[in-house]
Write a protein of this length. Structure first.
Length: 293
Protein backbone atom coordinates (compact mmCIF):
# COMPACT_ATOMS: atom_id res chain seq x y z
CA UNK A 1 0.00 0.00 0.00
CA UNK A 2 1.37 3.38 -1.02
CA UNK A 3 1.80 6.21 1.45
CA UNK A 4 -1.05 8.10 -0.25
CA UNK A 5 -3.40 5.08 0.08
CA UNK A 6 -2.42 4.68 3.71
CA UNK A 7 -3.17 8.35 4.36
CA UNK A 8 -6.58 8.07 2.63
CA UNK A 9 -7.43 4.98 4.72
CA UNK A 10 -6.47 6.79 7.90
CA UNK A 11 -8.57 9.78 6.90
CA UNK A 12 -11.54 7.55 6.01
CA UNK A 13 -11.39 5.72 9.34
CA UNK A 14 -11.16 8.96 11.32
CA UNK A 15 -14.11 10.54 9.51
CA UNK A 16 -16.17 7.31 9.68
CA UNK A 17 -15.61 7.09 13.43
CA UNK A 18 -16.57 10.75 13.84
CA UNK A 19 -19.83 10.29 11.91
CA UNK A 20 -20.72 7.15 13.89
CA UNK A 21 -20.05 8.90 17.20
CA UNK A 22 -22.33 11.77 16.18
CA UNK A 23 -25.09 9.34 15.25
CA UNK A 24 -24.68 7.57 18.58
CA UNK A 25 -26.24 10.51 20.44
CA UNK A 26 -29.52 12.34 20.12
CA UNK A 27 -29.60 16.05 19.44
CA UNK A 28 -26.52 16.47 17.26
CA UNK A 29 -26.65 19.10 14.53
CA UNK A 30 -27.85 17.53 11.28
CA UNK A 31 -26.13 20.32 9.33
CA UNK A 32 -22.82 19.50 11.00
CA UNK A 33 -23.38 15.79 10.38
CA UNK A 34 -24.01 16.53 6.68
CA UNK A 35 -20.73 18.43 6.41
CA UNK A 36 -18.72 15.60 7.99
CA UNK A 37 -20.49 12.97 5.89
CA UNK A 38 -19.75 14.98 2.74
CA UNK A 39 -16.05 14.95 3.65
CA UNK A 40 -16.28 11.20 4.23
CA UNK A 41 -17.79 10.74 0.76
CA UNK A 42 -14.53 12.05 -0.75
CA UNK A 43 -12.89 8.85 0.54
CA UNK A 44 -15.80 6.49 -0.20
CA UNK A 45 -13.69 4.43 -2.64
CA UNK A 46 -11.44 3.34 0.26
CA UNK A 47 -14.19 1.10 1.66
CA UNK A 48 -17.43 1.35 -0.37
CA UNK A 49 -19.37 -1.21 1.75
CA UNK A 50 -18.65 0.58 5.04
CA UNK A 51 -19.42 3.93 3.43
CA UNK A 52 -22.80 2.62 2.22
CA UNK A 53 -23.59 1.21 5.68
CA UNK A 54 -22.76 4.55 7.35
CA UNK A 55 -24.77 6.44 4.71
CA UNK A 56 -27.81 4.25 5.34
CA UNK A 57 -27.44 4.82 9.09
CA UNK A 58 -27.26 8.56 8.48
CA UNK A 59 -30.52 8.53 6.51
CA UNK A 60 -32.21 6.67 9.38
CA UNK A 61 -30.65 8.98 11.98
CA UNK A 62 -31.71 12.11 10.09
CA UNK A 63 -35.29 10.87 9.91
CA UNK A 64 -35.43 9.95 13.60
CA UNK A 65 -33.95 13.31 14.62
CA UNK A 66 -36.38 15.26 12.46
CA UNK A 67 -39.26 13.27 13.91
CA UNK A 68 -37.95 13.95 17.41
CA UNK A 69 -37.72 17.67 16.61
CA UNK A 70 -41.36 17.79 15.51
CA UNK A 71 -42.45 15.93 18.65
CA UNK A 72 -40.46 18.25 20.91
CA UNK A 73 -41.81 21.40 19.25
CA UNK A 74 -45.35 20.06 19.51
CA UNK A 75 -44.86 19.11 23.16
CA UNK A 76 -43.70 22.63 24.00
CA UNK A 77 -46.58 24.15 21.96
CA UNK A 78 -44.27 25.72 19.36
CA UNK A 79 -46.88 24.89 16.76
CA UNK A 80 -45.60 27.11 13.94
CA UNK A 81 -42.19 25.42 14.00
CA UNK A 82 -43.70 21.96 14.39
CA UNK A 83 -46.09 22.35 11.46
CA UNK A 84 -43.44 23.83 9.15
CA UNK A 85 -40.99 21.01 9.94
CA UNK A 86 -43.79 18.45 9.63
CA UNK A 87 -44.86 19.73 6.22
CA UNK A 88 -41.32 19.40 4.85
CA UNK A 89 -40.84 15.99 6.46
CA UNK A 90 -44.15 14.67 5.13
CA UNK A 91 -43.40 15.93 1.61
CA UNK A 92 -40.04 14.15 1.57
CA UNK A 93 -41.36 10.91 3.11
CA UNK A 94 -44.85 10.50 1.67
CA UNK A 95 -44.85 6.70 1.97
CA UNK A 96 -43.43 6.48 5.49
CA UNK A 97 -46.16 5.25 7.87
CA UNK A 98 -44.49 6.73 10.96
CA UNK A 99 -44.34 10.13 9.31
CA UNK A 100 -47.97 9.88 8.21
CA UNK A 101 -49.07 9.06 11.75
CA UNK A 102 -46.96 11.88 13.20
CA UNK A 103 -48.50 14.29 10.69
CA UNK A 104 -52.00 13.37 11.91
CA UNK A 105 -51.03 13.73 15.57
CA UNK A 106 -49.27 17.07 15.00
CA UNK A 107 -52.23 18.57 13.15
CA UNK A 108 -54.69 17.24 15.74
CA UNK A 109 -52.63 18.68 18.61
CA UNK A 110 -52.42 22.06 16.88
CA UNK A 111 -56.19 22.21 16.36
CA UNK A 112 -56.86 21.22 19.99
CA UNK A 113 -54.51 23.90 21.34
CA UNK A 114 -56.07 26.64 19.21
CA UNK A 115 -59.58 25.52 20.18
CA UNK A 116 -58.60 25.51 23.85
CA UNK A 117 -57.21 29.04 23.53
CA UNK A 118 -60.70 30.16 22.54
CA UNK A 119 -62.63 28.23 25.19
CA UNK A 120 -60.24 29.33 27.96
CA UNK A 121 -60.76 32.94 26.92
CA UNK A 122 -64.53 32.57 27.32
CA UNK A 123 -64.91 30.94 30.73
CA UNK A 124 -67.96 32.46 32.42
CA UNK A 125 -68.75 29.85 35.06
CA UNK A 126 -67.06 26.90 36.72
CA UNK A 127 -68.37 23.84 38.50
CA UNK A 128 -65.81 22.33 40.86
CA UNK A 129 -66.36 19.01 42.62
CA UNK A 130 -63.55 18.08 45.00
CA UNK A 131 -62.40 15.54 47.53
CA UNK A 132 -60.30 16.43 50.56
CA UNK A 133 -58.58 14.62 53.38
CA UNK A 134 -59.05 16.57 56.62
CA UNK A 135 -58.04 16.19 60.22
CA UNK A 136 -60.84 16.14 62.77
CA UNK A 137 -61.28 19.36 64.71
CA UNK A 138 -59.27 20.28 67.79
CA UNK A 139 -59.68 23.29 70.05
CA UNK A 140 -57.18 25.97 68.95
CA UNK A 141 -55.57 25.90 72.41
CA UNK A 142 -54.67 22.22 71.83
CA UNK A 143 -53.57 22.67 68.26
CA UNK A 144 -50.44 20.87 67.10
CA UNK A 145 -49.88 20.61 63.35
CA UNK A 146 -48.79 16.96 63.27
CA UNK A 147 -51.17 15.77 65.96
CA UNK A 148 -54.93 15.31 65.51
CA UNK A 149 -57.69 13.11 66.95
CA UNK A 150 -58.19 11.50 63.54
CA UNK A 151 -58.85 12.12 59.85
CA UNK A 152 -61.74 11.73 57.43
CA UNK A 153 -62.65 12.49 53.83
CA UNK A 154 -64.59 15.60 52.87
CA UNK A 155 -66.69 15.83 49.71
CA UNK A 156 -67.44 19.21 48.16
CA UNK A 157 -69.27 20.81 45.27
CA UNK A 158 -68.89 24.45 44.26
CA UNK A 159 -70.36 26.65 41.55
CA UNK A 160 -68.73 29.95 40.62
CA UNK A 161 -69.17 33.00 38.42
CA UNK A 162 -65.83 34.09 37.01
CA UNK A 163 -64.64 37.70 36.78
CA UNK A 164 -61.50 39.64 35.94
CA UNK A 165 -60.45 37.02 33.37
CA UNK A 166 -57.15 37.97 31.73
CA UNK A 167 -54.19 36.37 29.90
CA UNK A 168 -51.40 34.95 32.00
CA UNK A 169 -48.30 33.13 30.80
CA UNK A 170 -48.02 32.01 27.20
CA UNK A 171 -46.19 28.81 26.27
CA UNK A 172 -45.47 28.76 22.55
CA UNK A 173 -48.85 29.05 20.85
CA UNK A 174 -50.74 28.05 24.00
CA UNK A 175 -52.27 31.01 25.81
CA UNK A 176 -53.16 30.54 29.47
CA UNK A 177 -55.71 32.63 31.35
CA UNK A 178 -56.40 33.37 34.99
CA UNK A 179 -59.55 34.61 36.65
CA UNK A 180 -61.17 35.14 40.02
CA UNK A 181 -64.42 33.57 41.18
CA UNK A 182 -67.37 34.07 43.49
CA UNK A 183 -70.13 31.60 44.22
CA UNK A 184 -71.57 28.92 46.46
CA UNK A 185 -69.90 25.86 47.92
CA UNK A 186 -71.22 22.92 49.94
CA UNK A 187 -68.99 20.59 51.98
CA UNK A 188 -69.90 17.35 53.69
CA UNK A 189 -67.51 16.30 56.42
CA UNK A 190 -67.84 14.03 59.45
CA UNK A 191 -71.59 14.35 59.78
CA UNK A 192 -71.62 18.07 59.01
CA UNK A 193 -73.23 19.73 55.98
CA UNK A 194 -71.55 23.08 55.38
CA UNK A 195 -73.12 25.54 52.88
CA UNK A 196 -70.86 28.53 52.22
CA UNK A 197 -70.28 31.69 50.29
CA UNK A 198 -67.02 31.12 48.50
CA UNK A 199 -64.49 33.32 46.71
CA UNK A 200 -61.31 32.45 44.82
CA UNK A 201 -58.68 34.95 43.75
CA UNK A 202 -56.70 34.18 40.56
CA UNK A 203 -57.58 30.49 41.11
CA UNK A 204 -54.84 30.27 43.75
CA UNK A 205 -56.24 31.52 47.05
CA UNK A 206 -59.70 31.67 48.54
CA UNK A 207 -61.87 32.11 51.58
CA UNK A 208 -65.24 30.55 52.41
CA UNK A 209 -67.82 31.74 54.94
CA UNK A 210 -70.62 29.41 55.95
CA UNK A 211 -72.61 27.55 58.55
CA UNK A 212 -71.96 23.94 59.55
CA UNK A 213 -75.15 22.01 60.19
CA UNK A 214 -74.30 19.17 62.54
CA UNK A 215 -76.39 16.30 61.15
CA UNK A 216 -74.54 13.35 62.58
CA UNK A 217 -73.47 14.54 66.03
CA UNK A 218 -70.14 12.77 65.65
CA UNK A 219 -68.02 15.46 67.29
CA UNK A 220 -70.55 17.69 69.12
CA UNK A 221 -74.28 18.28 68.99
CA UNK A 222 -74.15 21.99 68.12
CA UNK A 223 -73.95 23.82 64.79
CA UNK A 224 -71.03 26.09 63.92
CA UNK A 225 -70.10 29.12 61.94
CA UNK A 226 -67.36 28.17 59.50
CA UNK A 227 -64.43 30.04 57.97
CA UNK A 228 -62.19 28.15 55.54
CA UNK A 229 -58.97 29.49 54.01
CA UNK A 230 -57.51 27.76 50.94
CA UNK A 231 -54.41 27.90 48.78
CA UNK A 232 -54.45 26.08 45.44
CA UNK A 233 -52.08 25.22 42.64
CA UNK A 234 -54.15 25.09 39.40
CA UNK A 235 -53.14 22.58 36.73
CA UNK A 236 -55.55 23.16 33.86
CA UNK A 237 -58.62 21.09 34.72
CA UNK A 238 -57.26 19.94 38.10
CA UNK A 239 -56.13 21.85 41.19
CA UNK A 240 -54.41 20.66 44.33
CA UNK A 241 -54.64 22.67 47.52
CA UNK A 242 -54.18 23.12 51.24
CA UNK A 243 -57.07 24.16 53.47
CA UNK A 244 -57.53 25.28 57.08
CA UNK A 245 -60.95 25.70 58.68
CA UNK A 246 -62.14 27.05 62.00
CA UNK A 247 -65.57 26.07 63.34
CA UNK A 248 -67.06 28.12 66.13
CA UNK A 249 -70.42 28.69 67.81
CA UNK A 250 -69.03 31.96 69.24
CA UNK A 251 -69.60 30.50 72.68
CA UNK A 252 -67.86 27.48 74.19
CA UNK A 253 -67.07 25.36 71.13
CA UNK A 254 -64.23 26.14 68.76
CA UNK A 255 -62.46 23.68 66.48
CA UNK A 256 -59.59 23.99 64.02
CA UNK A 257 -58.83 21.45 61.32
CA UNK A 258 -56.89 21.32 58.06
CA UNK A 259 -56.43 19.13 55.02
CA UNK A 260 -55.34 18.62 51.42
CA UNK A 261 -57.71 18.80 48.44
CA UNK A 262 -57.96 17.70 44.85
CA UNK A 263 -60.62 19.36 42.73
CA UNK A 264 -61.81 19.17 39.16
CA UNK A 265 -62.36 22.47 37.33
CA UNK A 266 -65.22 22.19 34.84
CA UNK A 267 -65.12 25.42 32.84
CA UNK A 268 -68.28 26.68 31.12
CA UNK A 269 -68.72 29.39 28.51
CA UNK A 270 -69.89 30.09 24.94
CA UNK A 271 -69.14 27.25 22.54
CA UNK A 272 -66.76 27.53 19.60
CA UNK A 273 -68.73 28.23 16.43
CA UNK A 274 -68.51 26.16 13.26
CA UNK A 275 -67.01 29.18 11.50
CA UNK A 276 -64.26 29.38 14.11
CA UNK A 277 -63.59 25.65 13.84
CA UNK A 278 -63.23 25.94 10.07
CA UNK A 279 -60.84 28.86 10.43
CA UNK A 280 -58.68 26.86 12.85
CA UNK A 281 -58.70 23.89 10.48
CA UNK A 282 -57.61 26.08 7.56
CA UNK A 283 -55.00 27.89 9.68
CA UNK A 284 -53.40 24.58 10.65
CA UNK A 285 -53.52 23.34 7.06
CA UNK A 286 -51.91 26.56 5.81
CA UNK A 287 -49.54 26.82 8.80
CA UNK A 288 -50.93 30.17 9.87
CA UNK A 289 -50.89 30.01 13.65
CA UNK A 290 -52.54 33.22 14.72
CA UNK A 291 -55.00 33.78 17.58
CA UNK A 292 -58.68 34.25 16.90
CA UNK A 293 -60.20 37.51 18.11
Amino acid sequence: MSAQDSLRLEKFNALALRVQKMMGKKGNSLEHLTVIHRKLSEYADVNPSIFKEISDQRVSYNLSERIRYVKNQTKTFNLQQALVAMAILEKENTDNLEVQELNKKTNTKARKVLLKNITEKRVNYTIEPSISYYTLGKPPSEFAFFSSPGTDFMFSLAGYKTFNLRPSKKVGSKQNYIYSQAGLKVDYFYGMLIPQLSTMFTQTSGIDFGYALNLGGKQTEVDFYSINIAAYYPMDFLSIGLNARILSDFSDNHFLHYGVSLKYNLKLGPKVTEQERNKIKNDVKNINISPLK
